[in-house]
Design a protein around this ligand. Structure first.
Ligand SMILES: [Zn+2]
Length: 291
């Protein structure tokens, strides 16, 4: 007799409580990459940090989105890769269905930035909107940049990134709300965090005495960038600004003991940041059977 070996987790969802709310990390999958995606760090140092953390080689970038449930409404933060992120990504829709959340139940979608792995889940394989009742919210600079024309002399990759942004967000233009900051949904405030993209933003969620900063793409490679916050990504729009933002937010999270969550942190992708040596360390939240 043979037993089938499990090939995937039952469901990539983790619920945790924040004040009166329940927030759900929803895993969208991952992309296998090489360390060539990293800049501003010697290759040998990145490899050594990955090895010291017992990380896979080649490394993987995790994709997550977050769902905020306040007992009255559901707010989704980012939407994963949809149908364009390769075979190991695009699980958001399946995981929402497993939770019993119908696409029409989501009334607000907050976007951290308009890269492929954050906005592509807005549309299906035919480019049609997945969320019929949702308003989409993003920073004004982000919409202005990606929904405009690529700058003259843009690389092939950047031109493609513009097309991908328009494919995901374009069908929502009539229900796109752009903001510069402030409260964007009850208890949720946009926190500008530019550098990775021009209007890259985190969202700070407050309930009762508890706060959480869902920080978007402050970190892509947790095994490297907490220890060495200088390390950036080849696809940062402005690597120097991205580093300054990363250092500012790490310092804030560490000194305020602010709980954070991130799109590319290891599932369930929430926890705390602490100072460690000349850099920082991520202390992941401990799994609990009840949120
Ligand atoms: Zn990303």
């Amino acid at each position: 007799m043979t037993l089938p070996l499990p090939t995937s987790q039952p469901v990539g969802v983790y619920h945790f409580r924040l004040g009166d709310l329940v927030i759900s990390t929803i895993n969208d999958g991952y992309l296998e990459v090489t360390l060539d995606v990293m800049v501003n760090i010697p290759r040998a140092e990145a490899e050594a940090l990955q090895a010291a953390g017992f990380r896979r080689a080649p490394p993987r970038i995790t994709f997550n989105a977050f769902l905020v449930n306040d007992g009255k409404s559901l707010t989704l933060i980012d939407t994963g890769c949809g149908t364009v992120g390769g075979p190991a990504a695009g699980a958001l829709g399946r995981h929402l269905a497993a939770l019993g959340v119908a696409p029409e139940a989501i009334k607000t979608i907050l976007i951290t930035h308009m890269h492929i792995d954050h906005i592509s889940g807005l549309v299906d394989g035919a480019g049609k909107p997945v969320f019929p009742a949702a308003e989409v919210v993003a920073h004004e600079d982000e919409a202005k940049f990606w929904l405009g024309e690529p700058p003259p002399g843009a690389s092939e990759g950047l031109v493609e990134a513009f097309a991908i942004a328009k494919r995901g967000v374009g069908p929502y233009r009539e229900r796109l709300r752009t903001v510069k900051g402030g409260e964007v949904a009850p208890g949720i405030t946009l926190h500008p965090a530019p550098g990775h993209t021009p209007g890259h933003s985190g969202y700070r969620v407050d309930s009762g005495r508890e706060s959480l900063l869902i920080w978007g793409d402050i970190v892509h490679m947790p095994g490297v960038q907490f220890a060495n916050p200088t390390a950036g990504m080849a696809f940062d729009a402005d690597a120097a600004q991205a580093e300054a933002t990363r250092r500012r937010i790490f310092a804030m999270a560490a000194s305020e003991r602010l709980r954070i969550a991130g799109m590319h942190l290891d599932f369930p992708a929430c926890g705390h940041v602490a100072r460690a040596g000349s850099g920082y360390a991520f202390i992941p939240e401990v799994w609990s059977p009840h949120p």
